[in-house]
Write a protein that binds this ligand. Sequence first.
Ligand code: AMP
Length: 284
Amino acid sequence: MIIFKEPTDIHEFLIAKKKAQVLTGFVPTMGALHEGHIGLITRAKNESQLVICSIFVNPTQFNDPADFKKYPNTIEKDILLLEKAGCDILFLPSVEAIYPIENKTSRMYELGFLATVLEGKFRPGHFQGVCQVVHRLLNIVIPGKLYLGQKDFQQCMVIAKLVELINCDTQIIICPTQRETDGLAMSSRNLRLNEAERKMAPLIYKTLQFIKNHFKTVDFRHLKENAQLELNKSGFKVDYIEIAEAENFNIPDKYIENKKLVVLCAAFLNEVRLIDNIILNDAN
Ligand code: AMP
């Protein structure tokens, strides 16, 4: 695996590959890699000729500075995992390389309702930061395909919007959420859970599953209120638990046939904020 740190170096390398019509697959991450990330690398490996992973903990997407400071860093282990997965290139830029002082002006992205609901509401400015970094990474890596995880459902919608706004011809591929055997969605933040919190954490997925088993027969408001109550009683502090139309985030109050629905949750276990979602009306 080749490791690049300088944007201009990797860009020149990848421009040459693009000219030679090499199919590239790109997996942007913030590191502390786990099987969820590796699933994206493997999918990219199967569908492209050259796989690029980036590890960059993007300061501009953290609305809470303490969360940024405590973000796990396991870079040596990450490099081993990537090599084992057959990743070809790792892009490991510094903050200064991505945000040079001479290029301080930051564009505002017109994200509409996506910026103000659910994650957007509870993490103000978060998606502007996501767009800022993904825009820069796309300009540097110019990938054919961009691999994202369904775990960050709203982020996938935001990045799809970004790609449209900047007229980018990269194709977005969304990969299913990888879970631990007890159902907990894999996440770098799980490393920050203590033993008791780790035991409690799968309750989010169990709650989503409960909603999936009952959404056709029980009123949505009742389902959501009960779910929030149960999670809060068990020690979570729920930011939101919401049932939305997967295509446009409209919030229906009852089951509508032929509309793809997703249930999304964000909740704190003490200091650690966890998010998860599942599609309600699919076979899984
Ligand atoms: P992160 O390092 O958390 O920014 O995640 C980098 C990419 O990996 C994003 O596209 C995430 O949605 C994806 N990802 C994170 N966790 C999982 C998971 N458990 N399953 C699938 N994809 C994931």
